[in-house]
Design a protein around this ligand. Sequence first.
Ligand code: PLP
Length: 386
Amino acid sequence: MPYASRLDNLQPEGAYVVMTRALALEAQGRQIIHLEIGQPDFETFPHIVEEGVSALRGGFTRYNPPLGIPELRQVVATYAGDQRGMEINPNQVVIGPGAKPGLFFPTLALIEPGDEVLYPDPGFPTYPAMIEVAGGIPIPVPLREENDFSFDLSAFNDLLSDKTRLIILNSPANPTGGVIPRSDLEHIAQVALERKIWVISDEIYARLVYDGKNVPSIASIPGMADRTVIVDGFSKTYAMTGWRLGFAIMPVSLAQKVELLITHSIGCTATFTQRAGLHALEASQELVNRMVTEYQQRRDRIVAGLNNIAGVYCRMPQGSFYVFPNVKSFNTPSDQLASRLLEEAGVAVLPGTDFGDNGEGYLRLCYATSNENIERALENMSAVLN
Ligand code: PLP
């Protein structure tokens, strides 16, 4: 094929494949419960929508600087710094259309062809995709269920090499809901400092954390701010997935390189969405807090319900809005089990293998949906599996 080889291994995201099949079944008149796509079922909070609309009416419709409007960069620096207990300079803040550019552009700026990049498996499928497009070699590090889906640190140590240039972390995690404990972060930080390895820390779910748990950021460990990119945004916290607004925090010299990439690709992020994002951070956080309380109740319900289905074992995840139940006892490949649940139970879930080879034996369910849907999904799944 006459296409560049850097695209050879690019795969579609499994969630979209399952969603397309689910929509086709719905078009045939079937009732499907959607637990496949990872986005809040909440609408964007009304006061944020109002701000976006009045920004449009107020003329915030033109280009703005590639790294974002200064007011938003300033407020993000304070917000992200307060949350992680660290000082952040506004010049370190890069605004982008979603969190994904905060993953992709620093990877392009850091990776030489042949460099190795360690990333979590099971993990967000964008990580291996962007590593390959950047010419790097993706090296999956297994996550272990018995460690609440943190890295298997002995595998991590074994997979390090002289070519390791970058480590990608995700806490709280998609698809497992796991949170990496501080002791693991300290080990990874020590390695990164000794070997001069960069870290991209995907913290997009940093505010979706339960039971009052604290999620440490590797960037707050002494010395790490100089070699860490924190990735976060508005999609999940403020139910703004379709607005496309995110941010990344990185050393100023890297931000200057990323600025060039943004200039020549997207140009800049929409001005009125940034105004809405600024308001989201400055206004009362009550609706976010209520949403998180609601997610925690749904998490408790879905975990209890899954553990009531014979053969299913589900750990209690500490963050994000996913559960990652173990279904190994069915001795059926995860993709076949997920297909059966869709076709026979009318419940759209993802096979763990959509997130890497180490996802075999697991399913991913997103519980950002109504309690009624969760109850019906559990009933239907139980009827098909038992
Ligand atoms: N990182 C992780 C782990 C995610 O799950 C997602 C979205 O599903 C993103 C990044 C992308 O976020 P955004 O939609 O803001 O680009």
